[in-house]
Design a protein around this ligand. Sequence first.
Ligand code: AG3
Length: 278
Amino acid sequence: MNFWFTELQTPDMALSCRTKTMLHYEKTPFQELAVYDTVQFGRMLVLDDVIQTTVNDEFVYHEMITHVALNTHPSPRRVLVIGGGDGGTIREIVKHRVVEKATLVEIDGRVIEAAKRFFPEISCALDDPRVEVIIDDGIRHVREHRGVYDLIIVDSTDPVGPAEGLFSAAFYRDVFEALTADGLFVAQTESPFFNGDLITRVFKDIAGLFPVARLYLACVPTYPGGLWTFTLGSKKYDPLQVEATGLPELGTRYYSPAVHRSAFILPPFVADLLRAEK
Ligand code: AG3
């Protein structure tokens, strides 16, 4: 069948996936939510016509947004996820026995419902006894919590619409305050090809707040340009100082102790985005 879903990744470039069927569509109070069954990537979650995750490539993003930071902190007992209503980030977090409580704060409860219904392999840990799900604005949640989280992960949509505030300096200040004295933070920060200015600005904000600021990369084929960035801010522990020996075996398909290190090796055009004079 010649039925295609197309994401306009920039005004001048698109990614199209041949689609077997549209499994679901709704308008939530926050956004349009659709689930497609694609030939190449399996089921695909789409918000406001932007691909969020697919069954076939979600492991890259979810492993990389979690395990780098979880293996950097020696005992991440309390973890907060902002966004991430599909549950993929939570599924990876609960693989770590040391985590006592993982709190998910998602603004749109409909995303969680759709994930439970259409993406059981991604959402499967949302009912774990160590997981607490709160439907609320992550910005407010962070503002109202002080010194409680060892790790905060921002698993957001692109910086437009509901997620815009999750890329602001004011929000990062509240994140810093919501962390414990040796806490750390990681956020998905978009494409180095198409969002260079954003990456530069976010890195500057994070480096201004946290003693340790790092950017790392992973390859997510359904995101614009494929190459994707994550920005990490840490009060104490440096992800580059992590000893590869002694890391827990997590059954991962993208993350490994060697990838933990190599992800921080930046091509010069990416390293340039982080230069102080920018
Ligand atoms: N968060 C969305 C990453 C941004 C994708 N951008 C795009 N396709 N233009 C992913 C949520 C997965 N838990």
